[in-house]
Design a protein around this ligand. Structure first.
Ligand code: PEP
Ligand code: MN
Length: 341
């Protein structure tokens, strides 16, 4: 349920409504806009009579949100959510590019790659210190040591940092280092974990589950927003279908669909989306043309030696080419991509 207060309603009237709903056992999410204060009522709202609410003093309108996800929906908030980390805006008119290796392998490796991607216009450094591997015998990540190397590299080249957290126990540690927390595809429906991320102060990059429908993905974001963390970025990274040529089937249509259903930023990951190096640039172009707010791309300067995902990692020169191409495409739809340095 959404309650829109009349323009200029007094604080005491707003407080009175909040108190009443709180006493009745509802959670209230308040957003104070320039003109209107909007109250999102969360809980079993079938007990509420919309007409009673509409008639309350100071209320301009009240209506039910029909979607099963509430805070995430456009019905709850019609304008795009934007937020800034350092000087980088997410969800705005700049198509933000996150780039870096799949795994942090050494201080030298992450520093070299950070320098290259920053030069080409990436604003965010990606890299995994805790890796979700299909095999327990594969490289599992450098852990905290990796986080330290990555933080230093990000700071050295003025990049925002994103890295994956795999479980609840790692949240506090990773939060000390990173700017954005990545939730991997395999964890999208780990509900106790994503509920805990609702209490984090860091933005959450929520990858789409390997077999998740769009609605399930939006519901996972609802867990995070309803816990109090309003800064979630969706990332389409390909889903499993009957097609085996590519590692996953990248669902480009999910980008405009989620942008229509939700006010939150939507990114795309053509690296995991295809699993094939020479398919990454075309799918990056497609995602930008579809209106993605940003991309996540795996880049490695020695992909043959990479401990994970070398086959889908772009060489730095190819990444430079990707950036040059998406600049032109973004321009056509009134968006922009940072220049190379
Ligand atoms: C990754 O970003 O390296 C990763 C493991 O992604 P996903 O969770 O989408 O597979
Ligand atoms: Mn990877």
């Amino acid at each position: 349920m959404v309650i829109i207060m009349e323009k200029g309603t007094s604080e005491s009237l707003i407080e009175r409504i909040i108190e009443k709903l709180d006493k009745d056992g509802f959670d209230i999410h308040r957003s104070t806009g320039v003109d209107h204060t909007i109250l999102g009522v969360i809980g079993n709202t079938s007990r509420l009579d919309v007409r009673d609410l509409q008639l309350m003093q100071g209320v301009a309108d009240a209506y039910r949100i029909t979607a099963p996800y509430k805070l995430v929906s456009r019905e709850f908030k019609s304008h795009d959510t934007t937020f800034k980390i350092k000087d980088v805006e997410f969800g705005g008119s700049e198509t933000v590019v996150m780039a870096g290796p799949c795994s942090i392998e050494s201080k030298e490796q992450i520093t070299r790659i950070a320098e290259k991607v920053a030069k080409s216009g990436a604003k965010v450094l990606r890299g995994g210190a805790f890796k979700p591997r299909t095999s327990p015998y594969s490289f599992q990540g450098l852990g905290e040591e990796g986080l330290q190397y990555m933080r230093e590299a990000a700071d050295k080249f003025n990049l925002v940092m994103i890295t994956e957290v795999m479980d609840k126990e790692q949240i506090a540690l990773v939060e000390e280092y990173t700017d954005i927390i990545q939730v991997g595809a395999r964890n999208m429906q780990n509900f106790t974990f994503i509920r805990a991320l609702g209490k984090s102060k860091k933005p959450i990059f929520l990858k789409r589950g390997i077999a998740a429908t769009i609605e399930e993905w939006l519901m996972s974001a609802e867990y995070i927003l309803s816990g109090g963390n309003q800064n979630v970025i969706f990332c389409e990274r390909g889903i499993r279908t009957f097609e085996t040529y590519t590692r996953n089937t990248m669902d480009i249509s999910a980008i405009p669909i989620v942008q229509k259903l939700s006010h939150l930023p939507v990114f795309a990951d053509p690296s995991h989306g295809t699993g094939i190096r020479n398919k990454v640039i075309p799918m990056a172009r497609a995602a930008v043309a579809a209106g993605a707010h940003g991309l996540m791309v795996e880049v490695h300067d020695q992909p043959d030696k990479a401990v994970s995902d070398g086959a889908q990692s772009l060489y730095p020169d190819q990444f430079e080419e990707l950036m040059n191409q998406i600049r032109v495409i973004a321009n056509v739809i009134g968006r922009k991509v940072a220049e190379s340095k």
